[in-house]
Design a protein around this ligand. Structure first.
Ligand SMILES: C[S@@+](CC[C@H](N)C(=O)[O-])C[C@H]1O[C@@H](n2cnc3c(N)ncnc32)[C@H](O)[C@@H]1O
Length: 208
């Protein structure tokens, strides 16, 4: 990411280390995320850019799934004073997340669970469910649909999923538009790198 991968950067008020920063290199000697949780993925910046326009009330309970280093969740804790739980199947991502939580001086709760295993208890009181670049393989719509069903049944009012525009995400979008009346739109950001992608927005009218 970026042209100076040894640096620390700030975007949307979130401070983050780039892939070759000393702190990251030290952690990588001890922890090895497996399923693409070894870096920050650009879709999270789309999510932050969109979240800024929502004018969400402070203090929401937010869950980020497939969080990796958790920058979107950290954004919510820092900018929306949200109480945030970051969820990932791979616990090896959490040391990277906690490093960034400390850097940004926020507290983030973590939970190691797969999307499809999250229960109504896990989702109790969540007002915003977010995910960035979490639908990257063909089988992933089949893992995310049970989560979306569970979240809607648990009265989560808003679900936002950002993606670079993969075919697996298009399949998920198509399903959600037909089944839940969801919408999807294209968004572009210029910082920290120029990037375009899609956001899937599922509003739970029964819970609003
Ligand atoms: C491409 S990374 C995106 C990380 C982060 N959201 C970001 O934007 O930088 C995908 C993340 O999803 C996690 N993941 C993959 N399959 C999962 C599943 N079934 N349940 C929960 N997390 C999963 C991986 O461990 C990885 O951290």
């Amino acid at each position: 990411m970026g042209q100076k991968p040894h640096e620390e950067k700030t975007c949307h008020g979130v401070r983050f280390y780039q892939s070759r920063h000393t702190q990251i290199r030290q952690l990588k000697r001890l922890h090895s995320p497996l399923e693409f949780g070894h870096r920050v993925w650009s879709s999270c910046w789309l999510l932050m850019d969109y979240l800024k326009t929502l004018r969400a009330p402070p203090g929401l309970k937010v869950m980020e799934v497939g969080c990796g280093w958790g920058l979107a969740g950290i954004f919510c804790a820092k900018n929306l004073q949200a109480s945030v739980t970051c969820v990932d199947a791979d616990p090896e991502v959490f040391p990277f997340l906690q490093l960034h939580a400390e850097l940004n001086q926020v507290q983030i709760a973590t939970l190691s669970k797969r999307y499809e295993d999250l229960t109504s208890q896990d989702l109790d009181g969540i007002k915003l469910l977010i995910g960035a670049d979490i639908c990257f393989w063909d089988e992933m719509p089949g893992q995310l649909i049970p989560l979306i069903d569970q979240a809607l049944a648990s009265r989560v009012p808003l679900i936002l999923i950002a993606d670079p525009g993969r075919s697996s995400f298009a399949k998920l979008t198509e399903y959600c538009e037909a089944k839940y009346g969801a919408s999807a739109f294209t968004l572009s950001v210029r910082k920290p790198i120029p990037f375009s992608g899609r956001i899937l927005k599922i509003s739970n009218l029964a819970a609003i």
